[in-house]
Design a protein around this ligand. Sequence first.
Ligand code: CP
Ligand code: NVA
Length: 309
Amino acid sequence: MDSSKHLLRLRDWDAERILNVMEMAIRLKTEVKNGTYSSQLKGKTIGMFFEKPSLRTITTFQVGMYQLGGMPVMLAPENIGLDKRESLKDVARCLSRWVDGLVVRCFKQSLVEQLAEHGSVPVVNALTDDYHPCQALALGQTCYEHFNKNLKGKTVAFIGDGNNVSNSIMALCAKLGMNFTLACPKGFEQKSEEVNSLLPEFEKHNAKYRVFNNPKEAVKDADILYGDVWVSMGQEKQKDSKKNHFLPFQINDDLLALAPSHCKVTHCLPANRGEEITDSVMDNLQVNLCYDEAENRLHVQKAVLLELL
Ligand code: CP
Ligand code: NVA
């Protein structure tokens, strides 16, 4: 399977492609009103298959496809019965005869990979247990705008779990020459295979990958603090045990006070206010860029659709 036809993991894309998508996202954001791109995907359709809940991803892909002149089709997992009613191979082959791309949110990364392998249309990973590349691209665009395109040497400190979102943000940083810091309790780091695959990219840019088990250390030189839930979708059974480990890793005013004064905060959302981030930080709109990032999901995913379809 040719992974460049798809967006399965951000680490499969090179820096040039990521930067092109961000440039296109900025053009789309500014030119949406004059309709420059309003028929770019005329006659095209995407199938949207979501096994997990979503507000942002479902809305932005649907609105984005509409704004580009195409049409999204929601595919209900309970109707399809993947590998129960029908084999994944047959589902992928049939869908490929009808739609021009698939946007998939599911548990196992292997599912998006198999759909890409057995189908013949581009597959976009809309979040799996392992990655969330669209979120990382939205952060990329937000940083690109906020730092006037000067990303090299900027530091993103992810305060939380070594999870799908942090994996993709780590990949974004590695590709674009930003430093990536993870602050997490012992035992919740990213998988070493994941980190090792990106270390040469960090080294190429002279950028740093660091892990701290003390959040106060991690924020000292950060330009951006990044938050995410402590318990991801599908991990509900681990809720109580995980929460205890993560209590010291809350993004609050005290932690923010230890970061440089220019430091901003963002979060992929949804946020559990009062857990990984306080109301005071969420509602501090001088500092919190998460709604800009949420908006940029729309623009950057439209750019991804134009890149792949
Ligand atoms: N950040 C994000 O993917 O949001 P949703 O889960 O609401 O789509
Ligand atoms: N890590 C979170 C991200 C939600 C957008 C989850 O997987 O639930």
